[in-house]
Design a protein around this ligand. Sequence first.
Ligand code: TXA
Ligand code: MG
Length: 325
Amino acid sequence: MQKATFSYCVNTLLDGGVVALPTETVYGLACLALDSNAVDKVYHLKKRPPSNPLIVHVLDLEQATKISYPNTVFKILCRKFWPGPLTLIIPKKKIVPENVTAGLETVAIRSPSHPLFRKVLESTGMPIAAPSANPYSTVSPTSAREVMISLGNSCPPVLDGGKCEIGLESTVLDLTCETPKILRPGPISKDELEKELGRQIVNLSETNDLGTPSKSPGLSAKHYAPETPVRLYPSVRSLLESAPSSSENLIIIPSKEFLPSFDSSSARIMMFSENGDSMEIARNLYATLKKADLSEKKTIHLAMLERTDGITEAINDRLRRASSS
Ligand code: TXA
Ligand code: MG
């Protein structure tokens, strides 16, 4: 299926179908969250293991309260960061079908800021479940075209909302324990969350080895990965020193600034951004990895960013996952 109109997508959802919708982070494979048959279709289309729960998207705190039991921390955070790229995990109400949460007693909820997604939430009047619109464990799509390419013949109707403004999946924060825990780093950083809460929280991706089974079933090590093997270097400097320059290699640098250093290299060079701005790197990250895959090189060489501003921790997290085997 190809691009579809807004009303076609809304009607498909109301009929129990699946559509791909734009969010400010990445495109989602959407269905009505309270319709367990529709939810089954999403798992099937995405080839997602039934043990990996979905995020439920809501308009606001009021709608969240219909499907979960918000606590004080939840309310503080959603007042500050919603609508936006923050997913919060709290105890669910019975009304949420078991398959949405993979049998867990908790539900992951976020309120997206993309105007088209919000219009869909308003038109249906119902919460919408949506994992990223890519086959399981591959790179998330950040444009309608990427959705259609990655889902191929099984692609449902796609609502085109342009290129995603952020380009990386939401921060996932578990609020079911005494100390909130970041299960997946994202656009809302640990610093911002700590500042708002006035206390320290835990980032599980810092404390966990990527290979350790984690509390969030979707955070297996090999996730968000291109098909081509990836080699990751701790810094651009070490990438410059050690990446092989033969033509079967592809090197991706953060920005134009590093281009002159590769003058004599015969390896193909790509860039995540022109100017090295973290937001721009995040926005282009997945599209660049997809392009890199298409070049059919033997290995993709990448470097971690050495900065520590806002979204950088999420970029480095995804680079680590892209390189784990
Ligand atoms: O930005 C985003 O979050 C995008 C857009 C479409 O909203 N969605 C997204 O969904 O990335 P997905 O399904 O690809 O990732 C959801 C993550 C998975 O790692 C999943 O395991 C975790 O959230 N998750 C969902 N419910 C959970 C729960 N109850 N407890 C722990 N982790 C949960
Ligand atoms: Mg995903």
